[in-house]
Design a protein around this ligand. Sequence first.
Ligand code: ADE
Length: 256
Amino acid sequence: MAEEDDTSNQHSTPISTIVIIIAMQTEALPLVNAFNLTEDATSIFPEGTPWVRYHGTYKGLDVNIIWPGKDAVLGVDSVGTVSASLVTYAAVQALKPDLIINAGTAGGFKAKGACIGDVYVASEVAFHDRRIPIPVFDLYGVGLRRGCSTPNLVKELDFKVGKLSTGDSLDMTPQDEASILANDAVIKDMEGAAVGYVTDLLKVPAIFVKAVTDIVDGDRPTSEEFLQNLSAVTVALGKAVTRVVDYIAGKSHLEL
Ligand code: ADE
């Protein structure tokens, strides 16, 4: 009972610390500037990890942007589920946030109404590349998790809402496609369900905000369309996440 009271208290007090998990530096920088954050001079993370925290106060919120950094050998952004789950775990342990926002780009399905530049709040996240055809392990592989309930936020800010499917590839095999359809997803990314797994484990509410850079069921090669649209869509993502954070400032979970 005491635990229930604790949880309901947490949900009715104003949100104070937020962590925004973003996989690519290009996606993170517009928000670092919008919130006027500074990069930590001394890392809060284990020595040797490339993980980067940008931090500051914005509209009364303690705002942390966590970027998994660049691969030490290859020098590219550490995208994908492994880095995303590790930094989410480390950020929750170090910062004890009231809320996690996983922000990033995604591929969209035009058959389900997605267009380039659309910004979605994901109602659910699940994996599409963890096929384990044994009863119950199959469901474990799919790893369905719900985003936290934000009916007022999505209505007042007029976001599209849809299901997100996550896998470790930018492209899509026919098997991935079948699983994405089974997940009833409108967008696909490379981090969401991994962040969802960790936030569910550690009982931190999570919101998934994803902007569409490419149409997965269109005729253009995904990597070409993604790279062409990345910088423009990143601006749209930055504006959307700023609106989300503006909305959250001064509110409790129950008001979202
Ligand atoms: N991020 C942007 N576009 C994507 C796609 N098509 N698949 C996975 N992640 C993405």
